[in-house]
Design a protein around this ligand. Sequence first.
Ligand code: GLC
Ligand code: CA
Length: 554
Amino acid sequence: MNEEWWKNAVIYQVYPKSFLDTNNDGIGDLKGIDTKLNYLKELGVDALWISPIYLSPQIDNGYDIADYRKIDPMFGNNKDLEQLIKDAHRKNIRIIMDMVANHTSDKSVWFEESCKSKNNYFSDFYIWKDPKSDGSKPNNWGSNFGGSAWTYDDNRKQYYLHYYGKQQPDLNWENPKVRQVIYDVMRYWKAHGVDGWRMDVITSISKNQEFPNNPNPHQLKYVVGNQNNGPRMHEFIHEMNQEVFKPFSMMSVGEAPDSKSKDARLLVEPDREELNMIFTFEHMHVDRKPGDVNGRWAIQPVDVVQLKRTLANWQNTLDGHGWNALYFENHDRARTPSRWGNDKNYRYESATAFATILHGLKGTPFVYQGEEIGMTNPEFELKDYEDIELRTNYDKLVRKEKTISEADFLKAARKISRDNARTPMQWDSSENAGFTKGDPWFKLNPNYKNLNVSRDLNSDKSVFKYYQKLIELRHKENILKDGKFKLLLPDDKSIFIYTRTLGADEWVVVANLSDKLQQVDVLSKYSDYKTIISNYESEKLKILRPYEARILKK
Ligand code: GLC
Ligand code: CA
């Protein structure tokens, strides 16, 4: 077995709730994924990362797990997962599960027991603190989902910590028993055939045991910050590697919110035996105003220079020291054509231009369901959004702190909110896009009649077919895996251009990330290069039309 199979693989993320419903309850399910394996095989992906499907109250769409060993009945049962794994393996598609190890649901028996007393087996499974002498919270830490990160429990007369919702208490990784139960769960799923793990907010597991107040420049009641890269993080992740990833040859990709490229080296440098890859957030912050009190809701137009600088920095810093995970979309991100491209006049062109840039880089590309047909943001009204993050931040920023107007919040939500990617998958033009024959759990993007898999496949501008080609290149061409990366024109505000070189081979990857025609003089250097892939029919050597993209080969 090829231990580093993920190095020339493309991984497809399934958000099961919104993928395909087979029993008409309006919720996507495991059988739905199984039904579409041929579709995924045709696309060419090597593995599926499946967002959490364990028993869960679904406060945060499954990122609040009540029982790690049980599939939630809304998705099917454990047997259905075994079947899916078997069917996928038969087609040479690997299965990556999502492990939420930083927190559980408050409905987990571990937490219910922990609440009961200070001296039972589970008492120290979570992070409990006494109130301050005046009864107030242990410190000023804020939750990502609004308000304090501490909630009082009447029975224990103590506060427990939660970086996310109060229904998502953080596990106490200082407790070796906690670490062992998590490793045990991971081995349990390995025994069922799972091939690897996506580790949810894994850089948050180690907490500063002094629990200091966060710096508070905006004089807020609670401050979100310093949740990542705690003092024992590397030690814990290394231990997980030794207990699970290494002995059972499981692939690992960790979500690493605040990591800079130099932190990444410590997480993915192979000799250190921690993780294979991490998802950085840095390049996804190029459309937010830095340091703004409204955080990610303070949007600005995408800064292409900053995007290039950030991606290039990760390429260069990890070169020879680790492997990049490459993505623009996932269940927490908006749709790229709507967010950074132009989903009105150049949907096909902008979807494929960003795809070209991403898939030409060194690392493992991740494709999020619907990305392969260029799905777009739905532009809902506030009442239509479901996400806990959006709702809690609306309460905090618009209602309580009044740091952003409702109109600006809605504008930001339509651009960047997580729900943009969570609308049901658009399979065809039939009612509810062929996603369900029941009542869909979440509103569909009303554009599904025109934008769906079956129409895309029959169009001469098929995003799917473009992705298919990119994925095929990744499988065939070692230069994409091993070639050296070099950024050209770092200061150009619209053109993203770089080379990959391996021995005597050289490829040029170029895209115009604007909706204006651009003249790119440096392209004349490559006049005798051959076009391998392009998103316009004919080309003019030095001219790139709106969102025109190409890969050229010496
Ligand atoms: C990660 C998940 C996100 C979830 C959060 C808390 O960021 O991707 O969806 O809300 O962790 O588990
Ligand atoms: Ca269903």
